[in-house]
Design a protein around this ligand. Structure first.
Ligand SMILES: Nc1ncnc2c1ncn2[C@@H]1O[C@H](COP(=O)(O)OP(=O)(O)OP(=O)(O)O)[C@@H](O)[C@H]1O
Length: 231
């Protein structure tokens, strides 16, 4: 579960987040839309423990992130716009390394199973990540989240720069992760992807959630109109 209660963050006089409330259940995908500077990344960074809130509280799996994010970090995984991996290592070596950082130890067979489940073709498992496409790197990011058995997954613009097929595959994997009980918060500029993958959609403006809806209650075109009207 992912929760923000009256979350606020100020940088000097600038209020980046203003009394934000977010509640994402296990198994739910929440898409966060909003213009550049609306506060999406700041919100995610508060959950990751990278940014300290000025007021309010953030919790992951019921555990407060602050003052010490170490405990809550055990339950989360993060996929940024470009997943940072070691280019000289193979997909499987990267996965072994990052899952060991999370305290997990898996056999080669188990690591391969995570990569395959994430949609990475078997022929790529032992190839250097330096030669991977962006979509392939994102899939290793998903495999790391799977191996970590993350209860909460945060994604910041994960499909930006992916071709429609890779983006669609990525969305399908997110849905599978959610079906297994992961709570997912995804910041995106892709209105149509948000409608397609999310259960709920929130639109942020100037640090506040100005619209909140079930994805099933709105068409992609209506969402686009609402977005344009809102921002
Ligand atoms: N470290 C910082 N110092 C000062 N201001 C910051 C800092 N980080 C973010 N801000 C400001 O906080 C506001 C929210 O920024 P944030 O990056 O969260 O927006 P965003 O919705 O993620 O935008 P984008 O879509 O461009 O990623 C912006 O006005 C930004 O300039």
């Amino acid at each position: 579960m992912i929760e923000a209660k009256q979350l606020s963050k100020s940088y000097g006089d600038h209020k980046a987040l203003k009394n934000l409330d977010i509640h994402i259940q296990a198994g739910e995908i929440f898409a966060l839309l909003g213009q550049n500077g609306a506060g999406k990344t700041t919100t995610i960074n508060c959950f990751l423990g990278f940014v300290k809130p000025s007021a309010g509280e953030v919790l992951i799996n019921g555990i407060p992130v602050n003052p010490d994010p170490k405990e809550s970090k055990k339950f989360l995984a993060y996929i940024p716009e470009t997943v940072m991996l070691y280019g000289n290592l193979s997909g499987i070596e990267n996965l072994a390394f990052f899952s060991s950082l999370a305290g997990q130890s898996y056999s080669t067979q188990e690591l391969r199973a995570f990569l395959s489940k994430s949609g990475l073709q078997e022929s790529a498992h032992d190839k250097r990540v330096g030669g991977y496409s962006k979509g392939m790197r994102q899939k290793v990011g998903i495999a790391i989240a799977l191996a970590k058995k993350a209860k909460a997954l945060f994604l910041d613009e994960p499909t930006s720069g992916l071709d429609p097929k890779a983006s669609n595959e990525f969305s399908e994997i997110l849905k599978e992760l959610a079906a297994q009980g992961t709570a997912i918060l995804m910041a995106t500029h892709d209105i149509f992807r948000a409608k397609e993958v999310a259960n709920r959609i929130g639109i942020m403006k100037e640090g506040q959630m100005v619209s909140l809806m079930s994805a099933s209650d709105i068409s992609a075109n209506e969402l686009e109109q609402l977005y344009l009207k809102t921002i």
